[in-house]
Design a protein around this ligand. Structure first.
Ligand SMILES: Cc1cc2nc3c(=O)[nH]c(=O)nc-3n(C[C@H](O)[C@H](O)[C@H](O)COP(=O)(O)O)c2cc1C
Length: 128
């Protein structure tokens, strides 16, 4: 049964690459399309983003670690975008490493049936 008033939840997973600072633009576009947006940052990405501004924009705390006991759960994701996705996170994800909260979410997504879109941001030397 569907929940009639529940907005679809989009997790935006942000990794530590230059475009991370522009993730607010993606939040705006997602809001325009009716998504409730939850930002998940890798710990390294925290240096690239304006956490307070994103929290004000999304209405949710930026998550970069597993919640502590007693802290509220984030709303469950209907879809996930990884943008920008770093070489580091892409390769750890491919190898089943889940040493960040972001990677833990990505590891669980297939079994939970959550679609994931990935926007790699990797220079040509790393790509090759
Ligand atoms: C200024 C700066 C820019 C970076 N840009 C990129 C990038 O575009 N792509 C990338 O894969 N790594 C980039 N890195 C390296 C990543 O930040 C580094 O590998 C980090 O460990 C990634 O952590 P994460 O995957 O957990 O976010 C950059 C690092 C710095 C300091």
């Amino acid at each position: 049964m569907t929940e009639p008033d529940r907005r679809r939840v989009l997790y935006v997973i942000v990794c530590a690459a230059g475009p991370a600072g522009d993730v607010g633009k993606l939040v705006t576009l997602a809001h325009q399309r009716g998504w409730d947006v939850q930002i998940i940052a890798t710990p390294a990405a925290l240096d690239f983003i304006d956490t307070a501004a994103l929290e004000a924009q999304t209405g949710h705390p930026v998550r970069s670690d597993y919640r502590k006991p007693g802290e509220p759960r984030s709303p469950k994701a209907d879809a996930i975008i990884v943008a920008p996705a770093t070489y580091n996170t892409i390769n750890k994800w491919a190898n089943g490493i889940a040493d960040t909260y972001a990677l833990g979410i990505l590891a669980e997504a297939p079994n939970l049936g959550i679609p994931v879109v990935v926007l790699p941001f990797v220079n040509t030397a790393l790509v090759s």
